[in-house]
Design a protein around this ligand. Sequence first.
Ligand code: HEC
Ligand code: HEC
Length: 199
Amino acid sequence: MKRSTLLQTALLTCGLSFSAASIAGGASGEMLGNTCAGCHGTNGVSNGPAAPSLAGIDYDYMVESMKQFQAGERNSTIMKRIAKGYDDADIEAMSKYFSEKKFVMASQEYDKDAAKRGKKLHKKYCKNCHGDTGISDDTDDDSGVLAGQWKPYLNYTFADYQAGDRDMGKKMKKKFKSLHKKAGDKGVADLIEFYASQK
Ligand code: HEC
Ligand code: HEC
């Protein structure tokens, strides 16, 4: 399904959310964060498939992501418009709120053999920064959660990276290139199955 179609469905369910941005100014992270629930789920646990879970997100990574969305530095279908409705204090409060929630892995189908191959690729090319399983808690790099993240979201994210619509940073780019050289698009698909395999 096209990303825009997935989002239209999401938008219908959370049309009310946008006006809630106007409660800014001293509103708590929780109050502000509740306005994101239509797409990112209650407490930031997304029901999928195009919106990622925010629960358990790295604080610095989320602050940075929101600012990149605002500035149009990170490609987005909807988040630029949304992020613009919040100031730095709001963003920090929401990031604190979501980073303290527990990440719940999405329950989704996956291909066992592909996940096995993906695991090996992850270990070789991605583990240093994204941790053993794709949760970056145990590394110094601030990045999103990959393990248990929705497959459609991961697919779009990789497509954005490959098209150059989102900057992945010099070091990740190098690893990503080596991965692609060795395993091609199939390698990327295998990695996604590996992240999806974690429950
Ligand atoms: C209409 C649906 C929708 C709403 C409402 C929404 N988001 Fe999003 N969010 C998305 C989608 C879809 C993406 C993927 C990027 C894109 O295409 O815009 C995303 C991505 C993100 C990301 C990046 C996560 C990562 O792992 O890289 C953050 C952070 C985020 N949203 C925060 C928020 C916050 C905070 C709110 C509430 C103030 C919010 N979003 C409201 C749909 C939504
Ligand atoms: C040198 C460290 C480093 C390496 C190696 C690395 N990454 Fe990353 N990755 C990051 C950082 C930092 C970010 C956050 C980038 C941003 O702010 O957009 C990130 C973000 C991502 C995201 C987006 C997460 C989201 O929620 O939107 C994906 C997907 C990803 N990396 C996959 C990979 C894969 C697959 C590999 C192995 C081929 C890899 N990375 C290797 C540091 C790294």
